[in-house]
Each structure stands twice: as structure tokens, then as C-alpha cells.
Design a protein around this ligand. Sequence first.
Ligand code: ARG
Length: 456
Amino acid sequence: MSQTKLWGGRFTQPTDKFVEEFTASIAFDKRLFAYDIQGSKAHAEMLGRQGIIAIAEAQQIIAGLDGIRQDIEAGKIEFTVELEDIHMNIESRLIERIGAVGGKLHTGRSRNDQVAVDIRLYLRDESDSILGFLAALEAALIRQAEQNLDVIMPGYTHLQTAQPILYSHHMLAYREMISRDISRLQDLRARFNFMPLGAGALAGTTFPIDREWVAAQLGFDGVTRNSLDSVSDRDFAIEFCSFAAILMMHLSRLAEELILWSSADFNFMELSDAFCTGSSIMPQKKNPDVPELVRGKTGRVYGNLMAMLTLMKSLPLAYNKDMQEDKEPLFDSIDTVKGSLKIFADMITLMKVKADNMRIAAARGFSTATDVADYCVRKGLPFRQAHEVVGKTVRYCVETGKDIPSLSLEEFRAFSPLIDADIYAFVTLEASVNARKATGGTAREAVERELKRLQG
Ligand code: ARG
């Protein structure tokens, strides 16, 4: 089917077939159809209210757009590359459907401000649904913490045993990251929720439009203030891709830990079968595919951010066709983040902690050495000397195959006469954890205070 170009007037020769395909965006921007129609309806109604077109014409256009929307949803409309993008596919359907009056819709508007409003409406909707997924993940992390409040695990630095911590404290560390991701998304959403229609191609429009009315109609917080900026700005899409990259970085760290913890060597937890697969050759294998894939998908989301930044770099004002390339990276980041968040919330809800194994590991690696040093400091030794005393104690333990809590008082005192029998009360895992009571510490009471604050 050969379609007449909406911009054909100036041209004497038809577009080369391959050029047509190469320049078209319909294959991917068709997902904007509902937002394109939403924006067009508000624009048409405003044109009628302002007397720029007749009210009856506006009504015809709106009814036509509603019909097109229903047809698209019912799968009755086939988009074509001849019509390049979603905007022209819908507009030309409209003209087909309601006749020449459909051609009045584009009065006082350009595809440049049209696409700018479409992406904002779309991204606003997607941001709201992502905020819902983030809240579900946050809740799942809090539930894990509540359900395993007392479980002690080794805390690591350099992936070497450092100090015992509560598993609940570890889960709440991720909660903190996710809550910052939430605030980043809310923040950028508030920054982009302004209405660009009215910028026209770049300079504004000669018609007496009412931008504020359209903005209110479409749920924007106001109108954009400069027509050139309105059609040139893709900061908000870059900000979204940056939010998505940071979020995926967080998820990839949690993914990595779940992969390590569910290995036979750590054996700290069991992921639900639903999130793992077997090996076609090794019958014993249960592979943590879901966290592995989320870890892997982090790469493409980083790539999308880089693609966006590079795409926009050095572009002269105002619109450039380059900017059509903003959509695929943005869409891909949205899809990837949504899928990853959804699957993570479910996986975290269903994972089972092996508390005994975590505890055994926490007791290894002289994890209470700092507690012995702190004990000596309380007895008057400067911290640097205490560090030296405990360093020697640990070396003795390594050489003799003992661990700190099993040393006799005599053995302890060989390193410092300041050490008394009360040392044993300081070197249990519970004592070590619970001594860290200040806000943000791993003591049970500090973690409980945090949980209470989060529930309140
Ligand atoms: N498909 C185009 C895009 O996504 C719409 C805007 C086209 N504007 C233009 N002047 N060619 O960027």
C-alpha cells in the first residue's frame, strides 16, 4: 500500500524505499500510541476552546482519535513505514477516517513538540509503575530483615571476614540503596513534568493557544518556559537512564551476593527453585540464573546511559533527527528495570536463609578480634597498642590452630596483663554484634529501632 506523505508538498520524487525504512521510527515508537492520542485530544480540545478551529471540528477530531485508539488496541490497525512514525501514522488514519477536517489537528503544533510531550507522558506513567515495583522490592527487603532478625552472619571487607553482623542489617543496607533510588526517580519525575506543546517546530506558534489549559488537562505541573529548550531537551531521559543505571548497579551487587551465598562453598542460603535452572549435563547443578541475568543486564542499562549522553553531545539547537535515537535506549532501560525489579521482589520474598551455616562462618576468621582490641582500649590501652596486642594474639591463634574465644585466660594475658576473665563476655558473636548500638549499627536493638522507624 502506498501512502501519501503528510509532508509531500515540497517534493517531486518519492523517497527511496530503503531510506524510508532507515529513517522510520514506527517499529519502536508505536508503543507511544496511547500517549500520542492523549496529547492530541487535549490539543484538539484547546484549539476548539480558543476558537482556532470550530468546536464541532474539535469534537469530530476527538471522536476520531478515540476510535483509532480502540482500533489499535483491538489490533485492527497496521502501522506502515511509509508513514514513518507513530505521529504520522495516527494523523493519516484520522484524515482517512474523518476526512479533511482531520488535517486541522496539527494546527499550531509540530512533531517536534508532539514527540516531546508524548515521551514525557509515557515516561511519567512508566515512572509511576516503576515506583510501585521499587516499593514492593523495598517491602520484600524489610520482610526478610524482620523474619531473620537474629541471624548472625560474617560481615566482610575485601570479601575477608571482618566483623559479625546481623543478616537483617545486611538486608536493610540494600533497603537504604533502594530508598535512595526511589527518591532519585521521584526527583527527576518532578523535574520533567512540564508541558512542551506550544513550542511548535522550535520558535513557538502564531496561533492564540492556551498552553496552561493543555498542561492542566494532561496532569503536568506547568508549562516549559522556552520553546527552543522544549523541543531540544532530553535531559530527563538521560536522568532516567542514569537513575536506571544506578539502580541496576545496586541490584547487581545484591545479585552477586545471592550468587555467592547460594554456592556450595558459602552455603548461606537457598534460592527458590522457581528462580534457578538445572544443567543439561551436570545433574547436581542448581544455577542461580535470575540473579545472574540481572547482574548481566546491568551492562545494557549502563550502555543505554552512554548511548543517550553520546547521542545528545554537541547537538546544535533545536530538534535534530539524531534525537529519534533517544527512544530505544530509554525503552530498553524501562523494560529491563521493570523486569529486574519485579523478579527480584519475588525472589527475595522466597529465599531461605541457612542461619546455622552463616553463624559458623561468622565465628571463623577471628571476627571478634576488634572486640578484644576495644576491650583493651577500655582498660586504658591506646588503640594503636591494642591493635598490636590483638594482632599478636591472632598470629598465635593461627600458629596453634585456636580461635579467640577458646584461648585460656593465661594465653590472653601473655599478650596483655590488662585482660581479665570478663574478656569472654566480649568475644561471643552476640556480644560483638550487640555492642554496636549507635544509630546505624548492627546491634539487634539498633536494627529493631530502624525496623520500627520504617514501619512507623
Ligand atoms: N519520529 C520523530 C522522533 O522521534 C518525531 C519528530 C520528527 N520531527 C521532525 N522534524 N522530523 O524524533
